[in-house]
Design a protein around this ligand. Structure first.
Ligand SMILES: *[C@@H]1O[C@H](CO)[C@@H](O)[C@H](O)[C@H]1NC(C)=O
Ligand SMILES: *[C@@H]1O[C@H](CO)[C@@H](O)[C@H](O)[C@H]1NC(C)=O
Length: 462
């Protein structure tokens, strides 16, 4: 048994080895990392990071056109169009529920207008040539010009279905002698071929506190699914409306690939080998926000990395770009709602804001093991439980049901009718058979997190 004060370094080192193997596997497909982070009151170890298994694969394609003719264009209009259907590219591929295009960054050429516009415009009106991508299945659309395509790291939003139509809208105000180009080199999709069953089998659950799983669907635009890593991020009351999540959601993860998705629809459910599987579906691109990699600050110092558990940190602070369809920031799209962070004075959460026994609410995009509720897998759900203990001044134990994918969720308490975010959920550990077991997370007064908030980067700078 591991304790937080740790006199079992051999066990800890072994656990670190397992975590490394898991992290390497995560480069190919997003696999759950397993880490030991037990708390004093807890006798079950190790505690899993709350990451879901979320298989993703990339298919190389040769798609698009160079030297697209823009002769005689006097109004912004489509001059080129092509539909890509992953089922035609690879007929052996089954159950393609979503697709994401990767454009070639050097060969794709979108012209800018000769004269830069004085007012911001969005959607098809973004200045210069605009790529319009439309899902054949649900007609969802995303518009990207040279600037927004770069912000999206030359990738599209996530679209439902196997087929999308790509069009080029030529700008009459750009140089007609320059011919634009649209080149797509790969399509990312949910991975059916590499699929294996969810490794977190019942029993024993190590993250649910209640066998019934008390989480219920909710729509709260302050919370988003970080995809494809499979975490939860939430919008805070800083100057710019940036977000908070766990550190392990960015550790070893390519931030340029990550998108914060709000208003997430229910998942598709397929039956594989007699077992129901929930596969994520995606919200309209107006509810998808590309992560600004230059804004990301995070720390992951697990209990394996530090001499004293009190020094472990697991948090992230990051921003997302304005939505290219609407021009709104994620917080504006959420009607300017955000979470209020607990007040921190002299390095501690100021008195009166949280106490053992408080009702804690956790809302996030967790895995669902219940076969009857696979449609809710990695969709937004909320649950309440008790604040179990403060193992030290930088960590919080709670008894709220969570699953992989809940990592990064806000731990919220209500004081005088006001919601206060006191922590960041990071690890499982609850056991349905033990009332003293608990899930676990970082307190918002962690030193690194406070320092990051005080020195925002990228789009998080006001
Ligand atoms: C896909 O393209 C990438 C980049 O050009 C290349 O490294 C990789 O080997 C290709 N994969 C397949 C299966 O052809
Ligand atoms: C959000 O705040 C901005 C800036 O103060 C304001 O322009 C906008 O109208 C607000 N949106 C909503 C939905 O309240």
């Amino acid at each position: 048994m591991a304790t937080r004060n740790g006199n079992n370094n051999n066990n800890k080192k072994r656990a670190a080895g397992i975590a490394l193997v898991a992290a390497l596997a995560a480069l190919a497909v997003v696999a759950p990392a397993v880490e030991a982070a037990p708390a004093k009151a807890v006798t079950t170890a190790p505690k899993p990071f709350e990451l879901p298994k979320n298989p993703v694969s990339k298919v190389n394609v040769s798609f698009g056109s160079k030297d697209i003719s823009v002769a005689g264009v006097t109004v912004k209009k489509p001059v080129w169009s092509q539909t890509i259907n992953l089922k035609q590219v690879d007929p052996t591929r089954k159950n393609v529920f979503w697709t994401r295009l990767t454009f070639d960054a050097t060969q794709t050429k979108l012209r800018k207008p000769k004269k830069a516009p004085t007012t911001a415009a969005w959607g098809a009106d973004q200045p210069g040539d605009v790529i319009r991508i439309t899902s054949v299945l649900d007609k969802a659309v995303q518009y990207l010009n040279a600037d927004s395509l770069a912000q999206w790291s030359f990738q599209s939003a996530f679209f439902n279905g196997p087929a999308v139509t790509v069009e080029l809208l030529a700008d009459p105000n750009a140089d007609a002698k320059v011919k634009p180009a649209v080149i797509v080199t790969s399509v990312t999709t949910n991975d059916e071929d590499g699929f294996s069953a969810d490794p977190i089998n019942l029993p024993p659950p190590t993250t649910l506190c209640n066998a019934a799983d008390l989480r219920k669907p909710v729509t709260d635009l302050r919370n988003g699914r970080i995809f494809p890593v499979g975490c939860t991020g939430w919008t805070i009351n800083d100057k710019t409306g940036c977000h908070t999540s766990a550190g392990h959601c960015f550790d070893g993860v390519d931030a340029t690939q990550q998108v914060l998705q709000v208003s997430v629809p229910q998942s598709a459910v397929i039956v594989k080998d007699g077992v129901k599987v929930g596969i994520p579906r995606h919200p309209d691109p107006k509810y998808q926000f590309a992560v600004d990699a230059s804004s990301v600050q995070y720390k992951l110092l697990s209990e394996l990395d530090v001499d004293n558990a009190v020094d472990a940190e697991d948090w992230s602070y990051f921003g997302t770009f304005r939505n290219p369809n609407t021009g709104l920031t994620q917080r504006e799209a959420a009607n300017n709602q955000s979470y209020t962070l607990a007040k921190v004075t002299n390095g501690v959460i100021a008195p009166g804001q949280s106490a053992v026994g408080d009702v804690v609410t956790i809302t996030g995009f967790g895995n669902v093991r219940d076969q009857a509720r696979k449609n809710l897998r990695l969709t937004q759900q909320t649950a309440t439980g008790s604040l179990a203990s403060f193992p030290d001044k930088y960590h919080i134990n709670h008894r709220v049901d969570t699953e992989g994918g809940n990592s990064g969720s806000a731990m919220v308490v209500k004081k005088n009718g006001k919601e206060i975010a006191i922590g960041i959920h990071t690890n499982g550990g609850c056991d349905t058979t033990s009332s003293t077991s608990a899930n676990y997370g970082s307190s918002v007064n962690q030193r690194g997190y406070q320092a990051a908030l005080a020195a925002p980067k990228g789009v998080c700078k006001a």
